[in-house]
Design a protein around this ligand. Structure first.
Ligand SMILES: [Ca+2]
Ligand SMILES: [Ca+2]
Length: 189
């Protein structure tokens, strides 16, 4: 039974299916988030583009109501030229990160090699539950419930989506994947 089946059954009152994981990239003015989740929630918007501003006391970050993307099928619809250009640039960056992940199981920090550093990072994220994504402006790790060291799996075998799925945890299966691919090198993105 999937989360969505459970949701539909109504057996669990007030149940909400949370995103299994998300990927985010940003530049100076925009942040693009791709949410990987079961799609039973029509309110869930897989692509989210936000205008960010760290000069104000309250940064405009991740408020769902501020998502600039109104049409998921045509994400640039209704955007200004500036917004659309930034969306395209950030989307390309996201795609290249995901391509790298697909080519390089175990390489969570996408540096083109699976090595001890990935195990060290896995340990860190396993303990702290953070994403592994680094904020490009501050250089700090972005906290979240899932991690870039949470790899998509199917029956315990690395499998890119949509066949494989993220389980939302930086767990032992993810560590085994890293260990099983130690020394693997992949084309840099
Ligand atoms: Ca690596
Ligand atoms: Ca996992």
């Amino acid at each position: 039974m999937s989360c969505c089946d459970l949701l539909k059954s109504g057996d669990v009152p007030n149940m909400k299916v949370l995103p299994l994981s998300q990927l985010a990239v940003r530049n100076d003015t925009f942040k693009l988030i791709q949410v990987n989740s079961e799609t039973c929630d029509p309110e869930e918007r897989p692509m989210q583009l936000y205008r960010i501003n760290e000069n104000t006391p309250t940064p405009l970050l991740n408020l769902p109501a501020l998502n600039l993307i109104i049409d998921q099928k045509e994400p640039t619809k209704g955007l200004t030229n500036e917004e659309a250009d930034n969306y395209t640039a950030l989307k390309n960056e996201l795609d290249s990160i995901q391509d790298s992940e697909t080519q390089c199981p175990g390489d969570g920090n996408v540096d083109g090699i699976v090595n001890q550093q990935d195990i060290n990072n896995w340990t860190l994220f396993h303990k702290s539950g953070s994403t592994g994504a680094t904020d490009q402006t501050t250089g700090k790790i972005i906290p979240a419930s899932s991690s870039w060291y949470d790899f998509p799996m199917k029956n315990g075998v690395f499998t890119p989506p949509p066949e494989g799925a993220f389980d939302g945890f930086t767990g032992m299966d993810d560590l085994k994947l890293i260990q099983g691919n130690l020394g693997r090198t992949c084309p840099p993105r």
